[in-house]
Design a protein around this ligand. Structure first.
Ligand code: PEP
Length: 248
């Protein structure tokens, strides 16, 4: 089953209107011929300006979070409809930094995922084990829990993108080896095929995330179950285009 590669950037809490616009202007011509889908998930307040900057290009602007309620007394949160006002399609859910610093858990990830799907947004659901969990042989157990709780009640899993991001590899410069990433993502796909159907599991795009860069992207992207990358640090510079053009 062929799945279109997908390279998504996560700007986290970086960039301003000026620096973000400049980067997008620089990226536009160099990602023109890319064979993959491309997204940049930007801070919510930058969405209007970055949508304008990316207009007419291959770059889709995405968000870094969405609230599960349609509207209401949730100070500081953003609803799916607010994102849709700007034509947003992709939204990161359950990034490990949100789990670590903002109390996100498998239950809130599940609620946000269901809300995104209901609004016809494509959730990029992040899962991944910590170093102590990997060292303790708990990787599969942790991922199973994150998938079973996080995707509970999802009807059409092919509309979900999964990002496998081992926490120990995020922002640390330590990348999982090609084999480690492939083996774990293969496990995730097998788990999805048990939770849903083999056919649907084979349609889900599963990204690797964790210090992916211009130097290591080719090896990772050559793995049969890795369909793309969620890129943090390297999405803040024009090197991002080298990842997008991984097959050139
Ligand atoms: C991320 O934020 O999802 C990420 C993978 O970051 P980095 O590429 O910087 O490790």
């Amino acid at each position: 089953m062929s799945r279109k590669p997908f390279i998504a950037g996560n700007w986290k809490m970086n960039m301003t209107v000026a620096t973000g616009t400049k980067l997008i202007e620089e990226l536009k011509p160099i990602v023109k011929e890319a064979k993959c889908d491309i997204a940049l998930c930007v801070p919510a307040i930058l969405i209007p300006a970055m949508v304008k900057a990316a207009k007419g290009s291959r770059i889709k602007i995405g968000a870094q979070n969405v609230h599960f309620a349609d509207h209401g007394a949730f100070t500081g949160e953003i609803s799916a409809d607010m994102l849709k006002d700007y034509g947003i399609k992709f939204v990161i859910i359950g990034h490990s930094e949100r789990r670590q610093y903002f109390g996100e858990n498998n239950d809130t990830v599940n609620q946000r995922t269901l809300a995104a799907l209901k609004a016809e947004l494509t959730p990029i659901v992040c899962i991944g084990e910590s170093l102590s969990e990997r060292d303790g042989g708990k990787t599969e157990e942790v991922l199973t829990r994150q998938l079973e709780f996080g995707l509970h009640g999802v009807e059409d899993v092919k509309n979900v993108v999964i990002a496998y991001e081992p926490v120990w590899a995020i922002g640390t410069g330590k990348t999982a080896t090609d084999e480690q990433a492939q083996e774990t993502i293969k496990f995730i796909r097998k788990k999805l095929s048990k939770m849903f159907t083999v056919k649907d599991a084979n349609r889900v795009r599963i990204l690797y995330g964790g210090s992916m860069n211009a130097g290591n992207c080719k090896g990772l992207m050559a793995q049969p179950d890795i369909d793309g990358g969620l890129i943090g640090g390297a999405s803040l510079k024009t090197d991002f285009a080298k990842i997008v053009n991984f097959n050139k």
